[in-house]
Design a protein around this ligand. Structure first.
Ligand SMILES: Cc1ncc(C[n+]2csc(CCOP(=O)(O)OP(=O)(O)O)c2C)c(N)n1
Ligand SMILES: [Mg+2]
Length: 326
């Protein structure tokens, strides 16, 4: 059982992740973002539950809906916001945007807009950890749509064969862009696929941050002791459209969206802590207000930060960002 301080810290983190997405949405609406947004609202318990169960030496690989993972693993908010706004002090010197970053200083291997693209990268990092005899565990975050990419199956097969210390965290938010699970996927739950690669697969409630924490801690201990990978399918829902320009209502009913908002991971832990007498409504509001105010101040600073120099930077590799895609 997690202690109260840890649970409160996780609640605060989830509020921060939500505040961050709302800030990005505001920036996107007034064209201050470098590229698009992919809101993580509704899925906060997964990033926070997973990363809270890790050691600082553990690694994560992320994807397009990835800002929450980075923050939960320890990214610097100013540097992250600079990258989101294409500023020179960003993680990729303002040239990658929020989908193309990486910083091993906090164990972040990287993310990319190529769906499924970081699953083999994470698997390779786990192979490296094993070869070096380190105790690092690698988290590979990806979506339900990515789970159907060929390269994901190849990577998982090798991880199972070589018993690599990797946890595949599939964030099943039930849609890949506008396509629902029923229209794209032959099995009802992705977790059954673990057996096909010779390791455990489990479906859990991805809106229950404590459950996500417990399962990650268990899988990480397994990975560290040489018992190989785990596939954790975390059931959840994205509250918003696929990206900033999508209202998200053409292919989902209002009732469906509303029913998942009732299962809000923040509300859930908050109400539990209040019922247990560990938190009051006013204490929560104070924490939330602090988080939003601190973030607003950091975002203001990032927006005022300089843009990258116009000259080609010969110290980096530069690939133009697709600006108008989903
Ligand atoms: C290889 C590749 N194919 C298609 C796309 C276009 N695309 C961008 S996001 C996305 C859906 C991804 O769905 P999922 O993996 O479930 O992640 P979610 O967006 O739901 O978090 C697609 C098809 C892409 N970026 N890369
Ligand atoms: Mg999805």
């Amino acid at each position: 059982m997690l202690d109260t301080a840890k649970r409160k810290a996780m609640l605060r983190q989830m509020v921060l992740l939500r505040a961050f997405e709302e800030k990005l949405e505001e920036l996107y609406q007034r064209k201050a973002m470098f590229g698009s947004t992919h809101s993580y609202r509704g899925q906060e318990a997964i990033a926070v539950g997973v990363c809270s169960a890790l050691q600082s030496s553990d690694l994560i690989a992320s994807y397009h809906r990835g800002t929450g993972h980075l923050i939960a693993k320890g990214a610097d908010l100013y540097t992250l916001l600079c990258e989101c706004m294409g500023r020179a002090e960003g993680y990729s010197k303002g040239r990658g945007g929020k989908m193309h970053m990486g910083d091993m200083a906090f164990g972040f291997i990287g993310n990319t807009g190529t769906v499924g693209g970081t699953v083999p990268t994470a698997t390779g990092a786990a192979l490296s950890a094993k070869v070096r005899g380190s105790k690092e565990v690698v988290i590979s975050f990806f979506g339900d749509g990515a789970a159907n990419q060929g390269v994901v199956h190849e990577a998982m097969n090798m991880a199972g064969l070589w018993k690599l210390p990797v946890i595949y965290v599939c964030e099943n938010n039930q849609y890949a862009m506008t396509v629902s699970l029923e229209k794209s996927t032959a099995v009802k739950q992705y977790s059954v696929r673990g057996a096909a690669y010779g390791f455990e697969g489990k479906t859990i409630d991805g809106n229950d941050v404590e459950a996500v924490y417990e399962e990650t801690a268990r899988a990480a201990a397994k990975g560290r002791s040489g018992d190989g990978p785990t596939f954790l399918e975390c059931m959840t829902y994205r509250w918003d459209g696929h990206f900033g320009g999508d209202p998200g209502t053409a292919y989902r009913t209002k009732e469906e969206i509303e029913s998942w908002k009732q299962k809000c991971p923040i509300k859930r832990l908050k109400e539990k802590l209040i019922a247990e007498g560990h938190l009051s409504e006013s204490e929560f509001q104070k924490t939330s207000d602090e988080v939003y105010a601190d973030l607003a101040a950091i975002a203001e600073r990032a927006e005022a930060a300089p843009l990258p120099k116009k000259e080609v930077d010969l110290t980096s590799i530069y690939a133009p960002l697709e600006v108008s895609h989903g």
